[in-house]
Design a protein around this ligand. Structure first.
Ligand code: HEC
Ligand code: HEC
Ligand code: HEC
Ligand code: HEC
Ligand code: HEC
Length: 447
């Protein structure tokens, strides 16, 4: 016994390490061959409309989408080759992006161009044969998969000629989504926490689930020969849908005085209200996203000035004000460029307020590789139904024209920070500037 217990202790440590590093899902690797799952094309025959909706969503492209292919093959794979401590994290990408390949033990899968079944990404049959999750927190693909004739759905007693059906409360829960929408890095940092953010916010308390906003119910049929009912639409629209982003945050802006002398100081206050999202904005791939508030003033003569935000003085605030600084130096390793100096951290007008969570690598530098994230510099995002105030104190320039000054505020969004997108040659749609919302106000300058 004396000899065994240190052995057992060591084993327990190894198991704990495996759990912390890889999550409790590691053992699902290789559990089911590709053949255990039906192809989405098989569901299309009867669930035609759902198939079309799902094809248009990002979850049907989680393995094939250009930026995913670039990040996996040009960053994660070479990074793990150079530093084997990232091998498990690199293989784990597939647990969420190519779950059928993960379950088949086909890791890494063939590249998307090979047209393998990994390309099915997050497929109909993957979701509809999940029965629960392992452990007590959903994260790192710890869903439990039981492929077969039974398809789990939201309704009891539904009949189909092709398969059996069974009602599952789990499928209809936010925890189901959380199995892939919460992610812990190998350093134990929550690099994705959409379900956790939701759980501590007002929507969870009211019973408004992910599905209610991302798979809203409409009257119709879920299968061509099915009964009419309220059916969950399969849009799963998120940040890749401009309409979903549109108006997600409301902005208002007003001056502290309506009439200001030409040599005076005016203070403008902007309010930002996260009116539409059940989690923080941005959420999910927060290491990639940039959301920023840009404010300008245009005088009666048509001359425009850019107004920088007033700092508030909180810890880590530097990360939240656009600056002319370099970041992402850790890309040196996967890119194989030891002297890589980094690229611009923000690429947006200096002085603009940024809503972000700063991901830091083990050396404390800002990173966009979530698997290389050890800690966070700051979390300055817009919580669900949260309102945030920003002020802009403007000592007006001498050459301002007398008359009306129009102030315009715009909350802008890019899915991927532009300097990184340019460096990695990611197609333009990923770095495209999307306006979430705008607001305007005015004041009069007198002599
Ligand atoms: C031959 C036609 C057919 C095919 C093929 C088919 N289904 Fe169905 N399915 C139906 C019908 C009909 C219903 C019942 C719809 C109703 O009455 O609301 C149904 C119901 C379901 C339900 C239950 C939904 C609920 O209301 O709880 C799920 C889940 C489901 N199908 C998933 C799938 C998946 C996944 C595939 C592909 C692997 C698939 N189906 C293939 C015909 C089909
Ligand atoms: C009250 C409605 C609502 C609820 C509830 C909700 N969302 Fe969202 N979600 C939105 C809106 C609006 C957006 C678009 C704004 C944005 O990107 O944050 C969004 C965006 C997203 C995005 C894209 C984020 C990005 O930047 O790429 C993901 C992923 C997402 N939601 C997943 C979830 C999950 C998972 C849950 C449940 C844990 C959930 N949502 C709950 C409304 C909601
Ligand atoms: C990301 C996981 C996911 C994927 C992928 C997915 N579904 Fe679903 N599906 C769900 C969830 C969750 C619900 C139940 C939503 C709720 O309870 O509000 C659902 C509901 C359904 C229903 C019943 C709708 C109703 O409200 O009666 C059918 C039928 C269905 N899905 C078929 C499909 C088919 C066919 C595909 C592929 C074309 C597919 N699903 C892809 C998660 C998924
Ligand atoms: C098997 C893992 C998995 C499950 C389960 C899952 N997702 Fe996803 N989801 C993903 C991945 C991976 C992506 C990223 C797709 C990509 O590469 O852009 C994604 C993307 C999304 C997006 C699109 C975000 C954008 O940027 O446009 C939304 C919305 C979303 N999921 C909602 C949900 C909801 C709601 C549920 C639960 C009903 C759910 N997901 C369950 C893996 C999953
Ligand atoms: C725990 C599940 C999970 C793991 C593990 C995971 N991802 Fe993701 N990934 C997601 C989800 C969910 C999203 C969508 C979030 C959103 O839309 O904001 C996503 C989004 C992305 C995106 C952004 C897609 C876009 O178009 O904006 C890239 C790129 C990506 N993942 C690559 C990877 C790589 C590379 C790895 C491995 C190092 C990895 N992911 C590991 C779940 C996961």
């Amino acid at each position: 016994m004396r000899i065994l217990s240190p052995l057992l202790a060591a084993l327990a440590l190894i198991l704990l390490a495996a759990w912390v590093l890889g999550g409790p899902a590691i053992e699902s690797r290789g559990a089911h061959p590709y053949d255990a799952f039906e192809k989405p094309a098989a569901c299309r025959a009867c669930h035609r409309d759902f198939y079309r909706q799902w094809r248009q969503s990002m979850m049907s492209q989680a393995y094939t989408h250009h930026w995913d292919e670039i990040e996996y093959w040009d960053l994660a794979v070479p990074h793990a080759e150079k530093d084997p401590s990232f091998k498990e994290a690199q293989e784990g990408c597939n647990g969420c992006h190519a779950p059928l390949a993960w379950l088949a033990g086909d890791v890494p899968p063939p590249r998307p161009a090979a047209g393998s079944r990994a390309n099915e990404s997050v497929s109909c049959d993957l979701c509809h044969t999940v029965t629960g999750f392992a452990g007590d927190t959903p994260f790192n693909f710890n869903w439990v998969s039981s492929p077969g004739r039974v398809k789990y759905g939201p309704k009891p007693g539904v009949e189909s000629p092709h398969h059996d059906t069974q009602r599952s409360d789990f499928l209809s829960s936010a925890e189901f989504c959380g199995t892939c929408h919460n992610e812990m890095s190998p350093f134990g940092a929550w690099v994705k926490s959409t379900q956790l953010e939701w759980a501590e916010g007002p929507y969870a308390a009211e019973g408004v689930r992910c599905q209610d906003c991302h798979a809203p119910r409409a009257w119709g049929r879920s299968a061509s020969m099915g009964e009419e009912a309220w059916v969950a639409q399969h849009l799963f629209h998120g940040a890749h849908d401009d309409g979903k982003l549109a108006g997600a945050v409301e902005i208002r802006i007003h001056p502290d005085e309506r009439e200001v002398p030409y040599d005076g100081v005016v203070m403008l206050t902007a309010q930002l209200f996260n009116a539409k999202a059940g989690h923080r904005i941005p959420t999910g791939s927060v290491e990639d996203r940039i959301v920023w508030l840009h404010v300008t003033a245009t005088d009666a003569a048509g001359k425009t000035w850019h107004l920088p935000v007033d700092p508030k003085g909180f810890d880590g605030e530097d990360y939240t004000i656009a600056a002319d600084v370099l970041a992402y130096q850790d890309l040196a390793v996967p890119l194989g460029r030891p002297d890589f100096p980094g690229v611009q951290r923000d690429g947006e007008p200096v002085g603009d307020r940024i809503y972000r969570k700063a991901y830091l690598d083990p050396e404390g530098r800002m990173t966009m590789m979530q698997w290389n994230t050890q800690s966070f510099g700051v979390d300055y995002r817009l919580g669900p139904r949260e309102t945030v105030l920003e002020t802009f104190t403007w000592d007006m320039p001498d050459d301002i024209a007398v008359g009306r000054v129009t102030v315009a505020a715009s909350l802008n969004y890019r899915k991927l920070v532009k300097p990184v997108a340019d460096l990695l040659e990611v197609p333009d749609d990923e770095e495209e500037l999307i306006v979430i919302n705008r607001a305007e106000t005015w004041f009069e300058v007198y002599d």
